[in-house]
Design a protein around this ligand. Structure first.
Ligand code: ZN
Length: 74
């Protein structure tokens, strides 16, 4: 499981989402229900937290994929 940090594009509230798939494959944006907005909104993927607590920014995920010879995770 990966603990992703998301930010609502409408109200800006941040939340963690613990899922077993790679949200980076969705281009950094997904639609989810926002409790503060009371409806589905576009959520920006800010990054994820590793098991040791290190925060990895979304920009760094994309950059590391390029650095490893252009191979993609999917
Ligand atoms: Zn919201």
């Amino acid at each position: 499981m990966t603990n992703w940090l998301l930010a609502c594009s409408q109200c800006g509230s941040r939340r963690y989402l613990d899922v077993g798939f790679n949200l980076a494959l969705y281009g950094g944006r997904i639609y989810l229900y926002c409790e503060r907005c009371g409806r589905n909104t576009e959520q920006r993927v800010l990054g994820y937290v590793e098991e040791d607590g290190t925060f990895v920014r979304f920009e760094d995920i994309v950059r590391s994929r390029v650095r490893h010879g252009g191979e993609t995770i999917d």
